[in-house]
Design a protein around this ligand. Structure first.
Ligand code: DO4
Ligand code: MG
Length: 282
């Protein structure tokens, strides 16, 4: 099942089930509210959503599928991400390859709903960055105790030049206004049965011309999702309705650094396409 959120009656954020005919609103619930209800009643999210969704369809565009309580992100989970970062980085050889190969993954705090945007909203370029790039990633929506409730697309927009200058600047390269896009839907595990066989493509379009086109497959993800979740929850009670990004396998080089007005589109098989336009943020 594809579930997410729309703006409905009085512009209120409302959970919805999506199919080829449109969106069936789930009155009175946001997706967070629906997750809490499903956990309280011990009913699968997709079952509860199916029961509560209106029978009619609305012609409403998907907005951000969840306003996450917390977002965490894994890094260097694809060999490509680790080797490119090591090549970029002057100070310690193998710094990134280390976390790719060692049992403990890199996990960092990406923020809260405050820094997140949904489909077709603006993603941020910091005004003090000259090399900001999209990072297309598979994201998981976490329920109580790290249960995977579904999958969506994430764009871990990152100021690479700030990270490259010094690894201690990572939080500034990663966390700022509109640094993360999520959407368009969450696909529940009964529909998306194999998260390790998803094709992923990313394009950047400038003035109608494609300036970047890259692809990967989640088959190249170097970690199991349950391992990433297990490390995240060590001594850390992440609340249900949080999101975990699984890392990027597509690397955008400096010649395609995001500029204001660029359109970045990420397509993941079985989920959909997440498009956003880049803009400067102060
Ligand atoms: O170590 C820096 C961040 C890595 C990251 O965000 C990724 O690999 O996706
Ligand atoms: Mg990333």
């Amino acid at each position: 099942m594809k579930i997410g959120q729309i703006r409905w009656r009085n512009n209120e954020i409302t959970a919805a089930v999506f199919d080829e005919k449109g969106a069936r609103p789930i009155p009175e619930y946001t997706l967070q509210g629906l997750i809490e209800r499903s956990e309280k009643e011990g009913v699968e999210l997709s079952v509860l959503a199916g029961r509560r969704a209106a029978s009619h369809h609305e012609d409403a565009a998907p907005i951000i599928p969840i306003h996450p309580r917390e977002v965490w992100a894994c890094g260097c989970t694809y060999e490509m991400s680790a080797s490119f970062r090591d090549a970029e980085h002057g100070t310690r050889e193998g710094f990134y390859a280390y976390v790719y190969r060692e049992p403990r993954p890199e996990i960092f705090f990406k923020g809260t709903a405050r820094v997140c945007v949904g489909p077709n909203k603006g993603i941020g370029i910091r005004s003090d960055s000259k090399f900001t790039a999209p990072e297309p990633e598979l994201a998981v929506i976490l329920g109580a105790k790290g249960r995977v409730l579904g999958y969506t697309i994430a764009n871990d927009v990152s100021a690479w030049d700030i990270e490259r200058e010094n690894p201690l600047y990572l939080p500034q390269s990663k966390v700022y206004n509109a640094c993360l896009s999520l959407g368009p839907f969450i696909v529940t595990p009964d529909e998306l049965t194999d998260p390790y066989q998803l094709d992923m493509n990313c394009t950047i379009t400038r003035d109608g011309k494609t300036i970047f086109d890259g692809s990967t497959s989640t088959a190249k993800l170097g970690r199991k999702i349950e391992t990433l979740v297990e490390y995240l929850y060590r001594a850390n009670n992440v609340p249900s309705g949080s999101v975990l990004l699984t890392g990027t396998g597509i690397i955008v080089k400096e010649d395609a650094a995001l500029a204001p007005g660029d359109v970045c589109s990420i397509t993941v098989s079985g989920i959909g396409t997440l498009s956003n336009t880049a803009g400067l943020v102060e």
